[in-house]
Design a protein. Structure first.
Length: 101
């Protein structure tokens, strides 16, 4: 059984923790529009695991924010998630705030 996905909004940051995979993402999927209002940063540092379904949700969250007028950056991308991003050639979409600074 996967660890549940948890998320918290703090000012303009959406922080995700736990597992972001096909078994855990449904709760955030249902709240995605509300969760992304005025979000400038998505913090993924506390995610223990992300699978391809979780990566797809991250892309979708970014697109929701863009439709609302902002382009969020991602913080806390670990090596495993970076490898998954590269595997799917999403480096231009899942943009790390650390690489811009």
């Amino acid at each position: 059984m996967s660890e549940p996905l948890r998320w918290q909004r703090n000012a303009s940051t959406l922080s995700l923790s736990g597992m972001l995979d096909r078994d855990t993402l449904l709760s955030l999927w249902h709240e995605r529009e509300t969760a992304m209002v005025d979000i400038a940063t998505i913090d993924v540092a506390a995610l223990e695991r992300v699978d391809s379904a979780g990566l797809a949700l991250l892309v979708h969250l970014r697109e929701i924010a863009r439709a609302q007028g902002s382009t969020p950056l991602f913080t806390g991308i670990n090596d495993k998630l970076q490898s998954l991003i590269a595997l799917y050639n999403l480096q231009q979409i899942i943009v790390s705030a650390e690489k811009i600074a």
